[in-house]
Design a protein around this ligand. Structure first.
Ligand code: ATP
Ligand code: MG
Ligand code: ZN
Length: 296
């Protein structure tokens, strides 16, 4: 893969960025679905062993995941269907309860404590103030019957912004950023195309100026041309606002376009992680090799 000068500048920037303290630290995150039994009390790190317990059918959807995310960085998460990608971001966003593990966010006032152990009320505060989430299914991220501007206003209220005039201006700015025509800002997302809905979701997720944005399969199911537009938009947002992002996709092409570093999941385990360029050029794990070769 050849590098152009923009990439080189980007790489210089990346090195500088990575000297900072991580924004997000995750250690030993594991998530089990099901009641579990004596045979599956602990998640194993054995790649040969599947994530599903053969005795009780419980699944360790995420097994012992540890990683850092730096301010302004994009971390890609790739892996086949069922590898635990959505479960991971849902755990980080407190949509799912994490079974074991630690998470800290340096921009949150309580920098070092384990956020998974906070009360429901504190978790809600953290979600509303330092995180944004874009779901694969826009039905989960948007209230379809209320206006697009109303959707954004809701997120702003949740983050303690109450000034109606400035909320309206902020909604207009955000929708403009994602290229929703101002004339349509009061239309409900249910009137919009899939690509437009994803763009409204992105603007809503950005409303509270979060340092951390989670994006789950944001372009899956969109036409190729619409995909390209949404990916472009995400890159621009990252450059302009320097939001750190976790980008989940089963599509290595999306990861290649967006991610500085990449983590490859399989059956809930990280089988490989590193610089995206390195993983694409010289994948070490047989599973990653398979993924990369199917991309070529
Ligand atoms: N609510 C749930 N209850 C039980 N099992 C679940 C639940 N959600 C996910 N799982 C299981 O956890 C594993 C990981 O699922 P997850 O949705 O995280 O995968 P994914 O990598 O996002 O897949 P995809 O690419 O298809 O979206 C799967 O085996 C799945 O069946
Ligand atoms: Mg998923
Ligand atoms: Zn079991």
């Amino acid at each position: 893969m050849s590098m152009n000068s923009a990439d080189l500048i980007n790489n210089a920037e990346k090195e500088w960025v990575w000297n900072e303290t991580p924004l997000l630290k995750v250690r030993g995150l594991s998530k089990q679905f099901g009641a579990g039994c004596i045979h599956c009390k602990q998640p194993t790190s054995d790649e040969q062993e599947g994530s599903r317990c053969q005795y009780c059918g419980s699944i360790w959807a995420c097994r012992n995941l540890s990683f850092d995310l730096y301010p302004g960085e994009i971390l890609g998460v790739v892996g086949e269907s069922g590898s635990g990608k959505s479960t991971l971001v849902k755990c980080l966003y407190f949509d799912e309860e994490t079974t074991v593990g630690e998470m800290s966010i340096s921009s949150y006032e309580d920098k070092t404590s384990n956020l998974f152990e906070k009360s429901a009320q504190q978790k809600r505060y953290i979600r509303n103030h330092v995180m944004g989430m874009v779901y694969q299914n826009p039905l989960l991220g948007l209230r379809m019957p209320i206006s697009s501007s109303g959707n954004i206003a809701e997120k702003l209220f949740a983050a303690d912004h109450y000034h109606v005039g400035s909320i309206r201006q902020r909604a207009a700015d955000l929708l403009q950023k994602v290229e929703i025509p101002l004339a349509r800002m009061d239309e409900p997302p249910k009137n919009f195309s899939g690509g437009m809905q994803q763009r409204v979701q992105i603007s809503k997720a950005l409303a509270n100026n979060p340092p951390l944005l989670l994006l789950d399969e944001v372009t899956t199911g969109l036409d190729l041309s619409v995909q390209a537009k949404v990916l472009d938009l995400i890159r621009n947002i990252q450059r302009e606002l320097r939001v750190a992002m976790i980008v989940v996709s089963h599509d290595l092409g999306v990861i290649r376009m967006l991610a500085d570093r990449t983590m490859v999941l399989r059956q809930g385990l990280i089988v490989e992680q590193g610089l995206t360029d390195q993983i694409l050029e010289d994948p070490r794990h047989p599973y990653t090799q398979l993924l990369v070769h199917s991309l070529l």
